[in-house]
Design a protein around this ligand. Structure first.
Ligand code: AMP
Ligand code: MN
Ligand code: MN
Length: 360
C-alpha cells in the first residue's frame, strides 16, 4: 500500500470550527458510513485511478469527475478522467477537464476505476469498450458512487445512496477522509449539487443538505450565487430563442386522451440546425417545459441518429417507473430513456401507451 501525504493530515471535518456543521455532517454520514469506509479504503489502496462519468454529461457528472480528479491529484495520486462525451457548456466557467479519449486509455495503468453519477454500465459506453470487464477480469476494484434510485450496483464496491446529487455523496465521503478536499475540488462538487437540485429548487427529502453545502461554500470562501447563476440561471441568446420555439411547439395533452396531464415537446433535428445548436442544447428544455402549470408530466424528445433521447420531469408523479417501463432509469421526478430505432412520432406513441398503462 502506498502511503500518500494526505493521510498524515487531519480529518477534513476537524478543520471546521462550526460544531453544528460537524454534527450535521456526522448525522448525514451515519446511514452510509460503512460504504464510505470501503470506498476510502479502495482509494487509499490505489496509487493510480481512472474516473468515468456518464454519457451526455450534466453538471453532476462533470462536478463529480472533476471534484474527485482534483482531490486525488492533490493527494499525490495519478488520476485521469475517461472522455466519453463533450462537456456541457454551462460547466465551461469552471475550466473542467474533459479527460483522455476513450481510445487512448490504457486500463492496465490504473489500480482502481471509479464510476460516478452513472446508474448502469451502458451509461458509460461500456457495452462497446468493455472497460468494466477489463478491471474486473484483472481483479481490480471498481468503485461506483451514485445517487440514482435505479442504480444496479455494478461495482465491486458501491457507494450508492439516495442523495440530492452524486457530488453530495462525494462531499460526505471526503469530509470523512484525510484526502485534501481543496477549494478547487469543492467548487466542482458544489456545482454538481446546484445543477442536480435545479438551483436548490427541487423538492428534497433532505433539505439539510442545502444548508450543509451552502455552509461549506462559505467555509471555502466561494460565491455560491455566482456558481448558481452560471449553472442554472444563464443561457446563450440562441438557446433562449430555441427554448421559446420548442415551448411554442409543445403540446398539452389532457384527460381523457391521457390519464395525467402531460406536456410533450418534440425537437426535430432541423429545429436545432436552424439555431446552429448541437443536441446538447436540448438539456435546457426539460426543466423549462416542466414549468407548465397545467401539466404534471413533461416529456422532451429529440432525435440522435436512429434513436430518440427522452427526458421526463414531473411535479408530483413518479416518472422513474415510466422511464424504467421504457428501458431507462433515473429519479422519481427526473428520469430518462433512449428509444432505439424509432421516429419521434413512434416514440411519442410508445410513451403515451406507457403513461396509459402505468397511471390509468
Ligand atoms: P436527463 O433528462 O438526461 O437530464 O436525465 C434525467 C435523469 O434520468 C438523470 O438522472 C439521468 O441519469 C437519468 N437518465 C436519463 N436517460 C437515461 C437512460 N437512458 N437510462 C437510465 N437513466 C437515464
Ligand atoms: Mn447526471
Ligand atoms: Mn446526478
Amino acid at each position: 500500500m502506498k502511503e500518500t501525504n494526505s493521510f498524515k493530515s487531519k480529518l477534513n471535518m476537524d478543520m471546521l470550527t462550526d460544531q453544528f456543521l460537524v454534527s450535521m455532517i456526522k448525522e448525514q454520514t451515519t446511514p452510509i458510513v460503512q460504504d464510505i469506509e470501503k470506498a476510502l479504503a479502495a482509494i487509499d489502496n490505489a496509487s493510480s485511478i481512472l474516473i468515468s462519468g456518464h454519457i451526455r454529461p450534466d453538471g453532476d457528472s462533470v462536478g463529480s469527475t472533476n471534484g474527485l480528479l482534483n482531490t486525488l491529484r492533490a493527494a499525490g495520486k495519478i488520476a485521469d478522467i475517461v472522455k466519453i462525451w463533450d462537456l456541457p457548456s454551462q460547466a465551461e466557467f469552471l475550466n473542467p477537464e474533459a479527460g483522455i479519449e476513450w481510445q487512448e486509455i490504457v486500463p492496465e495503468k490504473y489500480d482502481l476505476l471509479i464510476v460516478v453519477d452513472t446508474s448502469s454500465p451502458d451509461r458509460f459506453l461500456n457495452e462497446k469498450h468493455k472497460l468494466l470487464e477489463k478491471f474486473k477480469s484483472n481483479s481490480k476494484p471498481v468503485l461506483v458512487i451514485d445517487h440514482h434510485g435505479t442504480n444496479s450496483k455494478f461495482g465491486s464496491i458501491n457507494l450508492v445512496s439516495h442523495a440530492p446529487s452524486t457530488t453530495y455523496l462525494i462531499t460526505l465521503m471526503l469530509m470523512n477522509s484525510h484526502l485534501p478536499l481543496t477549494k478547487e475540488a469543492f467548487k466542482f462538487l458544489f456545482f454538481g449539487f446546484v445543477t442536480d437540485t435545479g438551483g436548490f429548487a427541487f423538492s428534497l427529502d433532505n433539505p439539510e443538505s442545502i444548508f450543509l453545502m451552502l455552509k461549506l461554500a462559505n467555509h471555502y470562501d466561494l460565491d455560491p450565487w455566482f456558481i448558481y447563476r452560471k449553472a442554472v440561471r444563464e443561457k446563450p441568446y440562441t438557446v433562449m430563442k430555441f427554448v421559446s420555439e420548442a415551448t411554442i411547439s409543445t403540446k398539452l395533452i389532457t384527460p381523457p386522451e391521457l390519464p395525467i396531464r402531460t406536456a410533450i415537446c418534440s425537437v426535430p433535428p432541423e429545429m436545432l440546425e436552424r439555431y446552429n445548436l448541437k443536441n446538447e442544447a436540448v438539456a435546457a428544455l426539460p426543466s423549462h417545459i416542466n414549468l407548465i402549470q397545467e401539466a404534471d408530466i413533461a416529456v422532451v424528445m429529440s432525435a440522435e441518429e436512429q434513436d430518440i433521447i427522452v427526458s421526463f420531469r414531473s411535479k408530483e408523479t413518479d416518472v422513474q417507473k415510466l422511464a424504467v417501463e421504457l428501458g431507462g432509469g433515473g429519479h422519481l421526478r427526473a428520469s430518462g430513456t433512449t428509444i432505439k430505432n424509432s421516429t419521434l412520432q413512434e416514440a411519442e406513441e410508445k410513451i403515451k401507451k406507457a403513461i396509459r398503462k402505468l397511471y390509468s
